[in-house]
Write a protein that binds this ligand. Structure first.
Ligand code: GLU
Length: 524
């Protein structure tokens, strides 16, 4: 067995990158880094009907967003390239023919009508589906004559019809598979000369010197076949490690019904890559010191195959939300500003597609919710022309808000509504909009009347002193502190979800805050 660890993530570009794929990529990456080995990114683009360039772009883009760096492959190249299967078709052909030469594979001339007929008979008689091995026993003359006539053909592997195929899975232990249960003589090379997944995958893993194949457990049924192919070629097979499934809380395979699954959707819904990495690394794996928080570099040091779990991992969106909040708290004001601006203005990641349903409504982001758009120079500006704030003032106000909103964000998307009060004047049309649950019309009016003095005093006070003042004023009015603050909050910000009130007043300014109180008093 080779010493150097060389592992790969080998997606087919037939869809957007989702949680399952990212988990496979991440574990391969972590394993390579933990062993000082190489992580290879290979594009398995043999299925040309479902291929789309946008999926290739999404793959590279997602890996970069997550900082999962690859050593070979993709746009990078490397010693064992090309790493894109459609650029390696000649190699696969050569090795398919080599297997025929060795008597391990054969030409099959059965046309689609015949295969359809067999399929029908098998279904009618409740027999296992699969090729009936008709061409396995053609004589050399029969083959030559079909070839001379130019009959289209495929190449099929001669799978042993008796015995068992054994392999050791690093996670699951010894696996035995009856050869009669392996798909009967699967196609390796199609009639158009294109390889199937099995052929391209095995040839590439061999020539790219892959030491460990780590992939999702749904690939287990292909592995006995691959082991047979390695045997037929006379090559040593890599080690196998099939990763546990990722399910939703209901025990079903994770899908759109559970929430976001594609990376683009996580991005558009305001998740941070650090949170995704940290949480996904925990899906089916534990780390020696049992902490919750790990950076990518720490994970790369601590990852061990021995710490993988056999049972399916359960994806818990609440736990991921917790991670997201934790990583948001670690951002500097400047970083938070940069990251929330797209959500405040619905640009960049915030403009990516999301699956919308009643359970998972579209995130409330962009000018409609924040009052801020980007101008043609990419600078934030107020949408409401009545608010007279220059671009520089808008940016300054946003920057000052960052420390206030940081603690309250679960997702970057939450920022849009939280900054809104600064950039548009709240519309207070009726007293019902303001009166808190526990207060009545008269009491609310009293609080609003007292609010002017409170607001005027705030700039000269420390935070604690301002809180103290609020407490003594609410005592005097015989209302709870929470109701005192809520009344003022509703009048000043027009919303229950503003950042902390005292800080909000300071950023809004005494004059604008008092004007809003006066405006609110008009409906009392
Ligand atoms: N192209 C396969 C996929 O889409 C690769 C499976 C494997 O890792 O062998 O996942």
């Amino acid at each position: 067995m080779q010493d150097e660890v060389r592992v790969r993530y080998a997606p087919s570009p037939t869809g957007m990158q989702h949680i399952g794929g990212v988990r496979t990529a991440l574990f391969n990456y972590l394993f390579a880094r933990s062993k000082g080995g190489k992580f290879i990114l290979r594009l398995e683009d043999t299925d040309r009907t479902r291929y789309d360039e946008k999926f290739v772009k999404n793959l590279y883009d997602t890996m970069k967003w997550l900082s999962i760096e690859w050593d070979e492959g993709g746009e990078k190249g490397g010693e064992y390239g090309p790493y894109v299967q459609s650029e390696r078709f000649e190699l696969y052909k050569k090795y398919a023919y080599e297997l025929v030469e060795k008597g391990e594979a054969y030409y099959c001339f059965c046309d689609s009508e015949r295969l359809e007929r067999i399929r029908k008979i098998q279904t009618e008689n409740k027999m296992a589906p699969g090729y009936d091995r008709n061409c396995r026993h053609l004589t050399a003359e029969e083959v030559k004559s079909a070839m001379d006539k130019g009959t289209p053909f495929v190449i099929r592997l001669k799978v042993p019809m008796e015995g068992v195929t054994k392999f050791n899975d690093r996670l699951l232990g010894g696996i035995e598979w009856k050869n009669e249960d392996i798909s009967p003589d699967p196609v390796l090379l199609k009639s158009d000369g294109f390889p199937t997944y099995h052929l391209a995958n095995v040839v590439d893993d061999h020539f790219m010197k892959i030491s460990h194949v780590m992939r999702a457990q749904e690939w287990i049924p292909s592995t006995p076949l691959h082991v047979q192919m390695y045997r037929a070629f006379g090559w040593e097979h890599p080690e196998f490690c099939h990763l546990p499934m990722v399910n939703g809380k209901d025990g079903q395979k994770l899908s759109k019904r559970h929430g976001a699954t594609s990376m683009n959707e996580f991005r558009a819904r305001g998740y941070l890559p650090q949170a995704i990495i940290n949480y996904v690394a925990m899906l089916g794996c534990s780390y020696e010191d049992g902490r919750d928080m790990y950076t990518l570099d720490e994970l790369a040091k601590l990852f061990k195959l021995e710490h993988l779990n056999k049972s399916p991992a359960v994806f818990d969106y609440k736990k991921l939300e917790w991670y997201n909040g934790q990583y948001i708290r670690m951002l500097s004001d400047e970083e938070l500003y940069k990251l929330t601006l797209p959500f405040i203005t619905k640009t960049g990641d915030a403009a990516l597609d999301v699956n919308v349903s009643e359970e998972f409504p579209a995130p409330r982001v962009g000018p409609e919710y924040s009052g801020i758009a980007l101008d043609s120079d990419g600078e934030p500006v107020c949408v409401d022309k009545a608010v007279k704030m220059s671009g520089a003032e808008v940016k300054d106000a946003l920057m000052r808000l960052m420390p206030l909103i940081r603690e309250r964000l679960h997702y970057l998307t939450d920022a849009a509504e939280m900054v809104h009060f600064l950039f548009s004047e709240p519309e207070i049309l009726s007293s019902d909009q303001i009166i808190p649950k526990r207060l009545d019309f008269e009491k609310t009016k009293e609080v609003l009347t007292a609010a002017e003095d409170f607001i005027k005093a705030v700039p000269a006070l420390s935070h604690e002193e301002a809180e103290e003042l609020a407490r003594s004023m609410s005592d005097k009015l015989e209302v709870k502190l929470g109701d005192f603050m809520m009344t003022i909050r509703m009048a000043v910000t027009g919303s229950k979800v503003s950042p902390p009130l005292i800080g909000s007043i300071l950023i809004l300014g005494v004059e604008r805050s008092i004007n809003r109180i006066k405006k609110a008093l008009r409906v009392f």
